[in-house]
Design a protein around this ligand. Structure first.
Ligand code: MN
Length: 321
């Protein structure tokens, strides 16, 4: 919990921060925000991530110093693990030998850390980093503000997803006061993609279809499409939300081929339709309106199973109104 994290930071000096592989805006923004907070408190801190950081987040202060590592190769008093469901998600060997601090806002997170601070009421881990800064008596520097603001913007869909609360906007307001520039960060995130994103989008959207009710949309991404588009990690960020823009569409499943008969699926929904529950049926997890899972099998069958689970979730939501 928060008090344990505060006590740890007050008593120790050398920290590393990591997040999941293929990090999103909350993963990168929160990790860097925490890094700047620790440094502002006179501590040694660095961010270590397996693989590349998406270009959309490279303009953040400190992003260029993020180290790409495959194993924990420094000596730390503790390693913060941001937004990971388990200790394998960062893809970094040796984390199990470290004193780890699990910080997450997903209720489904395993309590894998030596310390676990889970706040499922937070819109983003970024909001938790802000709370940590306040709890420890730190000052929101311009660097912290920019990193945490990006985390909030990306995890709340620019402040319109249902996780957006009055607290989220209050925090965002404080971050702007501390120097975060919404226009600059918005442009860096949303108007800064390589052309390969557009090429990939064209191919993925070509597969979009609806079930017979017209309320569930599905679309696919093959490995071949990625190659044809010369896509890089993060190029497909947010694709899953595109079909939700249609009035009648209540839920979306977006499956990506990751190997032979192996898929990663993202689920999205509107209103009270709970796709976290749907993902859990298949061993995944997430939030009510945004979740994900991994699955193996014949693509058509796998997709049909998920679509029928989504249909059940829609019925359930409607019958409880
Ligand atoms: Mn998040």
């Amino acid at each position: 919990m928060l008090s344990q994290v505060v006590e740890l930071i007050e008593n120790k000096n050398r920290f590393a921060i990591t997040t999941h592989i293929k990090p999103d805006g909350d993963g990168v923004g929160s990790s860097l925000g925490l890094c700047w907070l620790l440094r502002s408190l006179g501590k040694e801190a660095e961010v270590i991530v397996r693989g590349d950081v998406p270009p959309a987040y490279m303009s953040l202060p400190g992003a260029k110093e993020i180290r790409d590592v495959t194993y924990v190769n420094g000596r730390y008093d503790a390693v913060f693990v941001i937004e990971c469901s388990d200790l394998a998600r960062p893809g970094i060997a040796g984390l199990d030998q470290q004193f780890t601090v699990n910080i997450d806002h997903h209720a489904t997170s395993e309590h894998f850390g030596t310390i676990n601070w889970i706040d499922s009421t937070a819109s983003a881990v970024g909001e938790m980093i802000y709370n940590l800064c306040k709890a420890i008596g730190g000052r929101i520097t311009k660097e912290i503000a920019e990193c945490v603001y990006l985390a909030l913007v990306t995890d709340t869909g620019s402040f319109h997803f249902p996780n957006t609360s009055d607290r989220t906007l209050k925090v965002a307001s404080e971050l702007i006061k501390a120097g975060a520039k919404p226009e600059r960060i918005g442009e860096a995130v949303y108007s800064n993609y390589p052309w390969s994103r557009i090429e990939l989008m064209r191919r993925v959207l070509d597969t979009v279809k609806r079930d017979e009710t017209g309320r569930i949309a599905s679309m696919r991404q093959t490995i071949e499409m990625q190659q044809e588009a010369a896509a890089i990690d993060g190029d497909n960020n947010g694709f899953v939300n595109i079909p939700l823009a249609a009035r009648d569409v209540k839920a979306v499943v977006y499956t990506r081929e990751v190997g032979h008969n192996k898929f990663r699926a993202s689920l999205r929904s509107k209103g009270s339709i709970n796709v976290a529950k749907v993902a859990e049926k298949f061993g995944g997890g997430g939030h009510r309106n945004a979740s994900g899972l991994s699955i193996e099998g014949d693509w058509d069958e796998v997709e049909a199973m998920i679509v029928s689970a989504l249909a059940e979730a829609i019925e359930k939501a409607e019958s409880s109104v």
